[in-house]
Design a binder for this molecule. Structure first.
Ligand SMILES: [Zn+2]
Length: 270
């Protein structure tokens, strides 16, 4: 898409910052809202569950000037203004990723800014799911099921350049493949290896991207996940040993992102 307007780019960058900021709130609070097990996670891993944004350490409510994406972090040099506690680097990182992704969508997504906006939000939801899974080993239904539903509905309306048939087959295949793998693993080892959230997430990717890229997506996610697993296990064994769960969601999300960028021709002509 040709961009003849610097203003549109600015607008998308600001939208990305704003949605990145919202993503931070969801990443920090959703696990606590949904499940009491996460309410006692020590500070640094999430804000308190109160209605207003607070410093997770001193619980001081934050003012508007402390909630400006990036700027507040830079001006306060990454520290709470009240208790001087370090603010997680996740906050500026997620905001910057949101802005970069939104501009990327405007640049590369085919057709209209509205479609670019849709993929922008798609990426934000992806980021939230990946981050929540990476930190809590949990992909909540409240994220994966609306993601799946939106993929099916928007494909039916022709917003995702795949047919509703491909979308439906993709959803079924994504769910089915991982359900079979999970069942097989449980049968062989008497343990649960794959979370139900992984199946719903892959079903969602099938709904958004169609069934055709699913084998590549799954292969890439499995390979990167396995490499990461081997590296983490090696490091962890040296420390204390024992089992280390590897979240699969972030690797699925990364693979889906690459599939989408490939489709847009980001890596060169197809
Ligand atoms: Zn504080």
């Amino acid at each position: 898409m040709a961009i003849d307007h610097g203003l549109t780019i600015m607008l998308f960058a600001l939208l990305g910052l704003a949605f990145g900021s919202a993503a931070n709130v969801v990443i920090a609070r959703l696990p606590r809202w949904l499940d009491h097990r996460f309410r006692t996670i020590p500070q640094g891993h999430g804000a308190p569950s109160g209605p207003r944004s607070q410093c997770p350490v001193c619980l001081q409510p934050l003012t508007v000037s402390e909630l400006v994406p990036i700027l507040s972090y830079v001006r306060q040099r990454g520290r709470c203004r009240h208790c001087n506690a370090t603010i997680s680097w996740r906050y500026p990182l997620v905001e910057l990723m949101g802005a970069a992704w939104f501009v990327m969508c405007l640049w590369h997504a085919p057709t209209t800014p509205l479609i670019a906006l849709m993929w922008g939000l798609w990426g934000i939801v992806l980021l939230v799911m990946a981050w929540v899974d990476a930190t809590t080993y949990w992909l909540p239904d409240v994220l994966t099921l609306p993601f799946l539903g939106a993929g099916l509905a928007l494909s039916a309306f022709g917003a995702t350049d795949i047919s509703w048939r491909d979308s439906l087959i993709g959803a079924g295949l994504g769910w089915g493949v991982l359900a079979i793998v999970g069942w097989f693993y449980r049968w062989r080892t008497q343990r649960i290896g794959l979370g139900g959230g992984d199946m719903k997430l892959l079903a969602g990717f099938g709904a958004w991207l169609g069934w055709i890229p699913l084998p590549w997506l799954l292969l890439f996610a499995s390979l990167t996940g396995a490499i990461f697993g081997v590296l983490t296990l090696a490091r962890f064994r040296r420390k204390k040993g024992g089992e280390v769960p590897i979240p699969f969601g972030p690797f699925l999300a990364l693979a889906a992102l690459l599939v989408l960028l490939h489709r847009w021709g980001t890596f060169g002509s197809q």
